[in-house]
Design a protein around this ligand. Sequence first.
Ligand code: ADP
Ligand code: ZN
Length: 727
Amino acid sequence: MYAQVIVEYSLKKLDKTFIYHVPGHMMQEIKVGMKVLVPFGHQNIYGFVLALQEKLETEIETKDIKEIVDKELVLSKELLAIADFLCEETLCTKISALQTLLPSSFKAKTQKHNYNQYETFISLNENMDLTKYKLDNKRSKKQLEIIEFLEKQKKVNKKEINSSSLNLLIKNEIVKVENVQKYRLNQEKKKEASKTLTKDQEQAFTQVQNSLNKYETFLLYGITGSGKTEVYLKLIKEVLKNGKTALMLVPEILLTMQIVKRFYQEFGSEVAILHSALSSGEKHDEYLKIMRHEVKIVVGTRSAVFAPLENLGIIIIDEEHSATYKQDNMPRYNAKDVATFRAKRNNIPLVLGSATPSLEAMARAQKQVFKLLTLDKRIGDAKLPLIEMVDMSEEMKQRNNILSSLLQRKIEDRLAKCEQVILLLNRRGFATFINCSNCGFTYKCPNCDISLTYHKSSNNLICHYCGYQLKKASLCPNCGEDSLNLYGLGTEKLEEYVQKRFPMAKTVRMDQDTTTRKGAHEAFIEDFLQEKYNILIGTQMVSKGLDFPKVTLVGIINADTSLNIPDFRANENTFALLNQVAGRSGRSNLIGEVVVQTFNPDNFVMECVQKGNYLTFYNQEMAIRRKLKYPPYYYLVGLKIKGKDYLKTLEEAKKIKKYLEQRVDPETICLGPTTALILKYNNEYRFQIIIKYRFDQKLKSILKEIDLMYNENKEIFLDIDLNPLHS
Ligand code: ADP
Ligand code: ZN
């Protein structure tokens, strides 16, 4: 027997299988989808078996497979099909697609350690005559004690008894030893009384329930606090009842800890979770549970879409508009596309949930490609919050640079009433740039084309793109004068200001800098929920999925930050973010308020946020997209051309543009090359070409050709992004 094996080198020219002989002793065990060790050149490397065949088509010399690495890991037909799909969708190599599917401990590569953890249990060996053994007067008192203990307890962890007498009992086979795999994460079910769905929730549920046995995509458009999670839970219960499994994707697990908790409460150890904040060992264990069919539900972030669940019954994507579903580096896949692929293949429903659906999703719902389900009321007596806009240019005149007088008054009011406040500022650090008033010097990143952000707690200047760090000097490094001034506002400075302004309030800051420690994020949320703090300050981290009943005021400090980014999705992202964070206010019977500080109060995005009107926003933004030929009217492809030499890189970019223009469909639009948003990044210059098209049969193959041309170029790097989320 012979095997087609794809090996772990991700080079375009090695993007094919090699044939190996299967030695006799492996014949019974080997399966398509297994990880194997094979000789390659002068060494042994890892790979996956993609096909098996009895005979060789032509007489060639073949080497033997050395070893089946892991008998448990067998990539299913579905996973192998997903890998093909990824290659086609992202133009990546087969092996990189396969590696992307797997958690690090299962990838085809040398594994440094064995991730399996075991616990040792001991019990009495029923096959031995205990009575006779006990009567032997050579037995020590300690031995007899252990036997008695085990007679009562049956099976105990070996750790509980640590004595040489035990070892003697084991040696004499009176006590037997068992190694049981120990999973790092364990969750008990904490059965809370299940909630009875409201009429609206029930209606949404029933519509999906009626389609459980066919492929259909539902867009669950439910305002914040309308109870989408309970609909998901009931759907999943229904699916489990039918003996099937369920996959649920969330944008960022740390931000959605409350949802995960809800799942654990309801389903306990039937749930596996997969996300990047788990340790490799934890991921390994969760993956094993799925492979061994010990769990029926997987909750996770983007890559959980590859979970090897069999017999899938439903896929749910919460916050479907979130950009985190698209991977930002190669292979640039979108989990929503993979989910669609799996839903079709399994003939099951796909449910996309959001309070601010992506324009793509809503446009499909309007065209009845997706079925639209609407939840337009908050649960119970909770009302949508009252939103007020503050024109910051007016406030600046009164020197209210950070907090407007309105927001200050309202914070005071909440503190007096012992209610809680969330302040959103989507920028971390203390100051966004430093400038010398004497010579004009500013600190810039030597690798990238942007200024460094000042972090006061560490006295560091940090590049938020490449991570470059530098200690801040007290005098200007250029002219030596004591004239360095801090400009711009980050969460660190906001916190300092709030503490000074409201000395009685207890504040907590949640951003990337304060949540690096594992578990820090959950601890902050728990403490805030317990009302150990009055004011929560943070970046977009505080916007999603949090449900704090005592929060009645949300302040959005610099609402324009994301509006001014030159990106066709800037309006959409801003609307989603502001709506989302506004939705944190007034989620119980207390009335919520939101204060939005902006320099553009007349901008239509701000108006729609203020009225809480998604559909108006949708219609206006769609008109813009149509006019400017952006998604969902056109598809996009982004090409980035990168190199260390500015002129050479620009030249290549121009060549690529020409090559494209001569070949693409006449209706297809090629724009550029222009400099990328950040021209210099990590010491490379970056240019971009944007392709807009509606139908172009040939485009994919043209892109593949170009990709191949630059694959072995050591000076110019080409990065092709099909359906990029930004431009
Ligand atoms: P969304 O995800 O749509 O923003 P959630 O699922 O977080 O909303 O629900 C908002 C709140 O309403 C939560 O506290 C949730 O426990 C509660 N809730 C949801 N459905 C019901 C129900 N049928 N009965 C009672 N409370 C509910
Ligand atoms: Zn940098």
